[in-house]
Every structure is written in structure tokens, then in C-alpha cells.
Design a protein around this ligand. Structure first.
Ligand SMILES: [Zn+2]
Length: 270
């Protein structure tokens, strides 16, 4: 059984402040150690649950956060940015399950450090009119390969988002949001145990239904200001539907995902 882990940092127990997530800023190195240990807990759970191979994708910022010398040596590490498919780089039908660690609530939600791919440019993202965050976007991408997300770790706000669309997910709630820049975290060891147990249970259960995108996925990205939407709408096939919002529709979810990545990259230039 091949397991794919997408590892973000904001949903890690003990991480609440913006500086902890920014390379070079105060508390960042300590946050990277906490993130790496949570990923190790997921790797441990995966192998205990029957995994034979584990690939970890460092999925935050410049994607150079995980500390290889501390990472469980049984896993392979994808890192660096930009990677073509970002938080789901390398994921394909050869994997059996996906696990998300350190994940956070969507832009606009009340979760700790909530955002959707970019705090600087994205106000909200909807898919066929429903707000979506990184969890849904990445899970729909995995779904195009028939790979289900089986376990997720993060705060209580993310837990409600995830279980609302994916009730079969084993969720490890490692903290409760106490505002955008605050949280009540489990102690590090207890957070890791929760992750290990959730991932092991998910892997033992094996195949569960994954998320399947709507047949004609229609994404609307609302940006922080009109200048960002203006350049995002340079993405071929997109349509500016308001001063701050750009829409992209396709029969292929991966095309929608790619267009969204292009839009946020463009928007980040102004
Ligand atoms: Zn993120």
C-alpha cells in the first residue's frame, strides 16, 4: 500500500502565529520541528496500518520546511517550490491513500491561520457556488486519480469543514482555534499520538470513497483587490465576473486546479 502525505504547517499543534510560518522569522525553526514530528507520527501510523511505501510532500510556502535529518527515514520527501502541482505534486493513481497533516481551515473561516493557498491574494474560493479550501481542492485533485483522503490533522474549524464533505475521514484534532492567531493545542506528544492513531486506523480500513468533483467544475476566485483580479483574468479561458472575482470552468478538474494555480501566481505579482 502506497501512502501520500501532504504536509502543511499552519494546522500543526503549537503553531498559531504568522511568524511561526514564515522562513527566517521568530519561532519558525521550532515550528518546522513540530511539523516534522507530526509528519513522523503520520508515517508511523501509515506503516503500522500496512503501508509499504510513504511519500511526503512538503506543502507549505517555499516547501523547504521539513527537516530531512529528523524525518522518519522510511519515507521519501518531495520538497522545494514551485512544484508543478504544488501541495499535491507527484500524487497519481499509483497511491492508495492520501493523508493531510498540518492542514487549516479555508479563507474566510474562523480557524487558526485560515487561508486558501495564498493569504496575500485570496479572499474566498468557491466551486460550483460552494466555498472550498485547500482540503477540498487537494482532495478533489486526488479524486481525479481515484485516491481518497483517509486521514487529516488540524484544528476544530477544519474538522467541521472536512467532516461536512468527507464523513469517512479519520480526523486528528490537534488544537482548537482561539481566533485567527491563537489556538488551544494538545501537548505535542498527545497531538502526535492522535495523528498516529488516526492514520493507522485509516490505513487499516483501506479503501474508502474519495471526493469526486462535480461533472463541470466551475471555480470562482475572489481576490483581495481589483488589481489582483485584473491580472488573474489574464489566465486563458478565465472570465472576470466582478471587479474582484475571476471564474474558470472546465470538464476536467485538473484543468481548473491548474488555472487556479496560474491565477494566484499572476495575482501575486501586483
Ligand atoms: Zn496551507
Amino acid at each position: 500500500m502506497r501512502v501520500y502525505i501532504s504536509a502543511d504547517i499552519e494546522g500543526t499543534a503549537g503553531v498559531s502565529g504568522r511568524s511561526q510560518t514564515a522562513a527566517g522569522a521568530e519561532g519558525y525553526q521550532a515550528a518546522c520541528r513540530l511539523m516534522t514530528q507530526e509528519v513522523n507520527a503520520a508515517i508511523e501510523g501509515a506503516f503500522a496500518g500496512g503501508a509499504t511505501e510513504v511519500t511526503v510532500n512538503d506543502s507549505h510556502g517555499q516547501m523547504l520546511n521539513l527537516i530531512l535529518e529528523l524525518l522518519d527515514p522510511r519515507a521519501d520527501l518531495l520538497h522545494g517550490a514551485p512544484k508543478p502541482w504544488s501541495m499535491v505534486e507527484g500524487l497519481d493513481a499509483s497511491y492508495d491513500l492520501m493523508v493531510c497533516t498540518g492542514y487549516h481551515a479555508r479563507a474566510g473561516a474562523a480557524g487558526t491561520l485560515a487561508h486558501t493557498y495564498s493569504s496575500a491574494v485570496i479572499h474566498e474560493v468557491t466551486l460550483c457556488g460552494t466555498p472550498v479550501g485547500e482540503y477540498e481542492l487537494n482532495a478533489y485533485y486526488a479524486g481525479t486519480y481515484g485516491v481518497p483522503v483517509a486521514a487529516v490533522a488540524g484544528d476544530d474549524v477544519l474538522e467541521r469543514e472536512v467532516l461536512g464533505v468527507s464523513p469517512q475521514v479519520h480526523f486528528a484534532r490537534v488544537k482548537e482555534a482561539r481566533g485567527r492567531f491563537g489556538s488551544l493545542s494538545l501537548g505535542a506528544e498527545r497531538a502526535r499520538e492522535a495523528i498516529r492513531a488516526a492514520v493507522e486506523a485509516a490505513c487499516r480500513l483501506g479503501d474508502v470513497p474519495g471526493l469526486v468533483a462535480p461533472p463541470r467544475p466551475d471555480l470562482v476566485a475572489t481576490f483581495m483587490h481589483a488589481g489582483q483580479a485584473q491580472v488573474a483574468a489574464l489566465c486563458p479561458g478565465s472570465e472576470r465576473v466582478s471587479p474582484v472575482a475571476v471564474r474558470f470552468e472546465s470538464s476536467e478538474f485538473r484543468e481548473v486546479f491548474r488555472a487556479f494555480r496560474a491565477m494566484i501566481t499572476l495575482a501575486g505579482t501586483v
